[in-house]
Design a protein around this ligand. Structure first.
Ligand code: FMN
Length: 318
């Protein structure tokens, strides 16, 4: 195999892992282009839920999580990936331009552990155990965010209550908006055979998809609440925070912790500023909240949500 065929093969294989990443309502809002030995990532704005917040944060977070899984998969396979982030405003500045070369050192065991967690990671919306997440594990989750552009913060006391209040208010306010109900309907009630959305969501009514995880917070289990923060709300900062999200979720999976990510609480007017004041500081923008807990003993494995086939998200050029 020529060198460039080996590189293209490695990128294709890693893409298989990248597209298993989580995304808001499983919209899978990414487009990939492999040209020569270069892989570009762009956001697919057509897959942005119509009622999403005006800044497309969810779209860029999903792209970032996929990019993290690509990088982690490449690293575990012995490749060194270089990533140039961009604004996605034109062809020459995709969200990420990835090039690779053979790595010259051994694989970092943490990256190997994260890569092994990619196929089994799932969003877990169930009730967790009454035993808290161990402090060492909290630290590992916070550390997992660090190599990328986001930071992870444990919410306690007033800050935790503020996140939970906002989640409840967001549930009420958003469900009252027709376009939001329509958006949930669109992504939770896909046609038979659809490879996106949440067709397998256990709840029969879309209301439950968003509310169930929040409704049980604070009441029945010992879930911890975290906020993942970006440096700013521009595409590059949010994609980089999405990479942190991807790494944190893989760390959680490797520690056998369950996680529900949720964003809509942060879309309530004034909440981001309040949380910045209470817990983060002006230079960190909360972009996604995480509910993290220990699955109950003997909890059944969670079925995988579907993914679109690579041919639908990848354009290959010579
Ligand atoms: C940025 C982001 C926001 C999300 N928000 C929610 C949410 O508000 N409620 C929820 O139940 N799941 C949420 N999820 C989880 C997605 O629904 C989930 O990733 C998707 O359905 C794919 O399923 P999987 O994570 O099990 O692979 C979110 C995921 C991401 C990446």
């Amino acid at each position: 195999m020529t060198a460039d065929a080996a590189v293209r093969d490695a990128l294709r294989t890693a893409l298989g892992d990248a597209v298993l990443a989580p995304s808001e309502e499983n919209t899978q809002p990414w487009r990939w282009r492999l040209h020569g030995e270069v892989l570009d990532l762009r956001a697919d704005h057509a897959r942005r839920p119509p009622a999403a917040d005006g800044r497309s944060l969810g779209l860029f977070l999903g792209c970032g999580a996929a990019l993290a899984q690509l990088r982690i998969s490449l690293a575990a396979a012995g490749w060194c990936a270089r990533v140039r982030h961009g604004s996605d405003r034109d062809e020459d500045h995709p969200l990420a331009r990835v090039t690779v070369s053979a790595a010259d050192g051994p694989v970092d065991p943490r990256l190997r552990r994260w890569a092994a967690a990619i196929p089994t990671r799932r969003t877990d919306r169930r009730r967790f155990s009454g035993r808290e997440v161990a402090p060492d594990d909290v630290e590992l989750l916070i550390e997992a965010a660090r190599p990328f552009g986001g930071t992870l913060h444990l919410m306690i006391g007033a800050a935790r209550r503020a996140v939970l209040d906002a989640a409840r208010r967001a549930d009420r306010a958003q469900l009252a908006r027709d376009e939001y109900a329509g958006e949930l309907q669109r992504w939770t009630h896909r046609l038979a055979g659809a490879r996106d959305g949440n067709p397998g969501a256990p709840a029969p009514h879309p209301r439950d998809l968003r509310t169930s995880a929040h409704a049980i917070l604070d009441q029945y289990d010992a879930a911890q609440v975290f906020l993942l923060a970006a440096q700013a709300d521009d595409p590059v900062s949010v994609v980089r925070a999405g990479e942190s999200l991807g790494a944190v979720l893989l760390e959680a999976e490797s520690l056998r912790l369950g996680v529900t990510p949720f964003t809509h609480a942060l879309e309530v007017a004034g909440v981001r500023v309040r949380l910045q004041r209470l817990a983060l500081g002006a230079h960190r923008l909360p972009v996604v909240a995480l509910r993290v807990g220990r699955p109950l003993p003997h909890a059944a494995p969670i079925p995988a949500t579907p993914r679109r086939p690579l041919e639908q998200v990848l354009v290959e050029e010579p």
